[in-house]
Design a protein around this ligand. Sequence first.
Ligand SMILES: Nc1ncnc2c1ncn2[C@@H]1O[C@H](COP(=O)(O)OP(=O)(O)O)[C@@H](O)[C@H]1O
Ligand SMILES: [Mg+2]
Length: 260
Amino acid sequence: MSDPVRVLQHEADRTVLLEADGTTIRKVFHSDARSTSIELAAREFSILERFNAALADEEHLTCPRPLQLGQGDEVYIRMERAAGSPMQDHLNLGLLPIAEAQLAALLSHGLFRYVDTFGEPYWDFIFRNMFFAADPGVVTFLDFGFPDLYLPRLDELRRRTPMEVSLAALVASAIFDAGRPTRMTRRREHARAFRIATLTLHHAVSDPASPEVSIDAVCACATALYALATGGGRRVRREWYLRIGALLARPTAKLGQLSA
Ligand SMILES: Nc1ncnc2c1ncn2[C@@H]1O[C@H](COP(=O)(O)OP(=O)(O)O)[C@@H](O)[C@H]1O
Ligand SMILES: [Mg+2]
């Protein structure tokens, strides 16, 4: 096993590393209970296997090919590194290397393939979990974990269809990111992210191949997810989103535009 060279993301219960060979990613699970880590790793590994196979016939959509499920002292999955670079960096560029409507059509179709394959939401269907390679225009979907953030309103989410919940995640995160202190200066990214999220929603609504999607349901669900994302943590954090974050992200105005 190569030594990790770079920590890409570190959370309380998982760490994502770029391995020394530069072509493989290792996602290490370190929940308090080892059985939880094993369960999460096995679940994500299995999704990667099935979704990678399901997308084999797609020219412009993929997910990383899984390489190894480690269940020894360290619990992890290893997978291929995605081609290209983070989608959010593309969104922040002066010139997006693909038309927004074309990208939205790809995202809508990719989401439909996910929901069709698993019969459940792509819970964390957000731009942060996508890579994009400009030539020939390939989107790689990452991260098939379930965000614990959703737990307090899981019953409400379960009453919506998988397409609606996933689309709400995309919309809510595009709005939420615009108000985050660490990302608030990336104005081009946020404007584009919201436009593309809206176009993705409208594409899903009008695509005869996709199951029926209600814009009102997506809007209600996105409102709930935005509230969950901004309503937690310490008082100073909540105050930020209530005041400054809301001014930057304009959640009410944006959610109101979804059906326009
Ligand atoms: N296969 C991959 N190729 C390239 N980058 C990846 C890959 N998997 C994860 N990453 C990077 O690491 C970040 C965190 O990985 P992710 O699976 O989203 O973990 P988490 O569940 O902690 O959000 C991603 O947003 C992405 O930037
Ligand atoms: Mg992620």
